[in-house]
Design a protein around this ligand. Structure first.
Ligand SMILES: [Zn+2]
Length: 335
């Protein structure tokens, strides 16, 4: 069983000793991937931090929420898994149908090479999908590192998002991530050109190591329609810097389930980062010697959030905003 939840005694101990007293009653996860049976081609599998899975549906997710956050009321923003070659229409149909917009809130995958303006008009709205989840691979450039933000989000899509005041869950491209000057410029342009669009920078702009964030929030922190999601951030120094720099209501708790309930941790080494996992994974260094006992990425993230909050002496109100109120206010503002 690859899922590191409180079903395992080792994780129950982490939860009880370190997290239970810290976590508020209500938890809204702003970044969750859901994919039903049949989305991943039969001859393929999704590698969840090195564990192959064929689906991650709402039944799986519901069970994991209960076992990850015992005793909490849980909510989530959900979207499909953006892979060229997966069945996007099937994935969106399932997510859209199963989200009740009270507990689970759907975003629609967006492929700029296939989706027309009329497709989007029909799919988006306060009682339909609440926004878009674009992805760099959908641009289909030979090197995904060359993708630019406006190619992921052409005007025909952003005009509709802006008209309806919807959300964009933006995983920024390019090797230098948050520190990339072109990304910086295009994030500012996107927010200013489409002021009614609510832009969420996934993974804090993928700044998983300290040098990637220091000095790189200055142009962004004043944008009224830009938010920062914490998915897969395991680095307390990055979080401490973020919490100190940006307005408190712009920080959104998020995880990247199902990856985040796999065992592992993101670590910083010499101004870079990698994941460390117990089993081999494309994005990680793995513990071939079996030296470590791991817990889930999500518990490492929660430890890092707690440490940053403690070091800055932030209030209970900050914590409740981060885990629930900020995100719910954003969701309720739609339509
Ligand atoms: Zn994600």
């Amino acid at each position: 069983m690859w899922r590191e939840t409180t079903k395992h005694e080792r994780n129950a101990r982490v939860f009880n000793e370190e997290l239970d007293a810290f976590l508020p009653d209500k938890i809204l996860d702003f970044h969750v991937h859901i994919f039903n049976e049949g989305v991943v081609p039969a001859d393929d599998a999704y590698s969840c931090a090195g564990h192959d899975i064929a689906k991650y549906d709402f039944d799986d997710f519901d069970e994991d929420l209960a076992e990850t956050y015992p005793g909490r009321d849980t909510f989530a923003v959900c979207f499909g898994t953006p892979h060229v070659g997966y069945d996007r229409a099937r994935n969106d149909a399932y997510v859209g149908a199963r989200c009740d917009r009270e507990r689970f809130f759907p975003l629609r995958l967006f492929d700029p090479t296939e989706d027309s303006a009329s497709d989007l008009r029909a799919a988006l709205g306060p009682d339909r999908f609440l926004g878009l989840k674009p992805y760099l691979n959908y641009v289909r450039k030979p090197d995904p590192n060359d993708v630019e933000i406006h190619e992921m989000l052409p005007p025909r899509a952003m005009d509709i998002v802006n008209d309806l005041g919807l959300i964009v869950m933006l995983h920024i491209p390019r090797k230098a991530r948050l520190a990339d000057p072109l990304n910086q410029r295009q994030i500012v342009e996107l927010c200013e050109r489409y002021p009614r669009a609510q832009i969420v920078l996934a993974h804090v702009g993928r700044a998983y190591y300290l040098k990637n964030i220091v000095g790189h929030l200055d142009a962004l922190k004043g944008l009224p329609n830009l938010y920062f999601d914490l998915a897969m951030l395991n680095n307390w120094e990055v979080l401490e810097y973020l919490f100190a720099e940006v307005p408190a209501d712009k920080v959104l708790y998020a995880t990247d389930f199902p990856i985040a309930i796999a065992p592992g941790k993101a670590v910083e080494i010499n101004d870079q980062y990698t994941y460390v996992t117990p089993v081999p994974w494309d994005l990680s260094i793995s513990d071939d010697h079996g030296k470590l006992q791991f817990t889930a990425f999500v518990y490492e993230e929660l430890r890092a959030i707690k440490k940053a909050v403690d070091r800055l002496g932030l209030s209970r109100e900050f914590v409740e905003g981060l885990f629930y109120a900020n995100g719910m206010r954003l969701l309720r503002s739609i339509g």
